[in-house]
Design a protein around this ligand. Structure first.
Ligand code: 5GP
Length: 191
């Protein structure tokens, strides 16, 4: 059986990448499975352990770093660690399924560098920083302070867009979903 491919979606928080990733996961012909990341942050809203994230205490996360269990990891926000476990990705690829990642720009680029031929790295671009602010506030799952932290990070993240294989602008969600579908469909079906 052929090993699955890697599809990375990265973007500033609030750009809409999670919505696009969820949409693609619902399309069986793409044979995608979500890479469930480990994180040291606590669950938010309806999130569940083992589905959205492997939630764990910081001490456990650091033990995984020491054991070299991660393909990549980042302290995305102060004291909030996120990482992709090697075992998670291998498990999916060995079933012949394609792995889809919803991870930050540094992690996304790291995966692309590790597996250049097998990875399609997609950057989801919000229409503007103002729109990003509006979306984060509307989501209202986080405190003002956390929202401000995410916005502060977004300009550095936006600057990395040209390093990705392709940029999908999320001005109109339906259009962005279709564009993402076409890109992923072409990539997983080519040899
Ligand atoms: P959130 O707290 O909103 O779920 O995620 C914050 C940021 O961390 C998002 O950009 C998300 O995509 C990213 N992230 C989630 N999992 C991982 C991971 O395994 N590695 C890296 N580098 N970033 C991640």
């Amino acid at each position: 059986m052929k090993k699955g491919k890697l599809i990375v979606f990265s973007a500033p928080s609030g750009a809409g990448k999670t919505t696009i990733v969820r949409h693609l996961l619902g399309l069986p012909e793409l044979h995608l499975e979500f890479s469930i990341s480990a994180t040291s942050r606590g669950p938010r809203g309806q999130e569940t352990h083992g589905k959205d994230y492997h939630f764990m205490p910081l001490s456990e996360f650091k033990q995984h770093i020491r054991n070299d269990d991660f393909l990549e990891w980042e302290e995305v926000y102060a004291d909030n660690f996120y990482g992709t476990l090697k075992s998670e990705v291998e498990k999916i690829r060995e079933q012949g399924k394609n792995v889809i990642f919803d991870i930050d720009v540094s992690g996304g680029l790291r995966i692309k560098r590790k597996f250049p031929e097998e990875t399609l790295a997609i950057f989801v671009k919000p229409p503007s920083v103002d729109e990003l602010k509006r979306r984060l506030k509307e989501r209202s799952t986080e405190s003002e302070e956390k929202i401000a932290m995410r916005i502060a990070k977004s300009s550095a993240e936006l600057a990395t867009a040209p390093l990705f294989d392709v940029i999908v602008e999320n001005q109109d969600l339906d259009f962005a979903k279709q564009k993402a579908y076409d890109l992923v469909n072409d990539f997983v079906n080519k040899d």
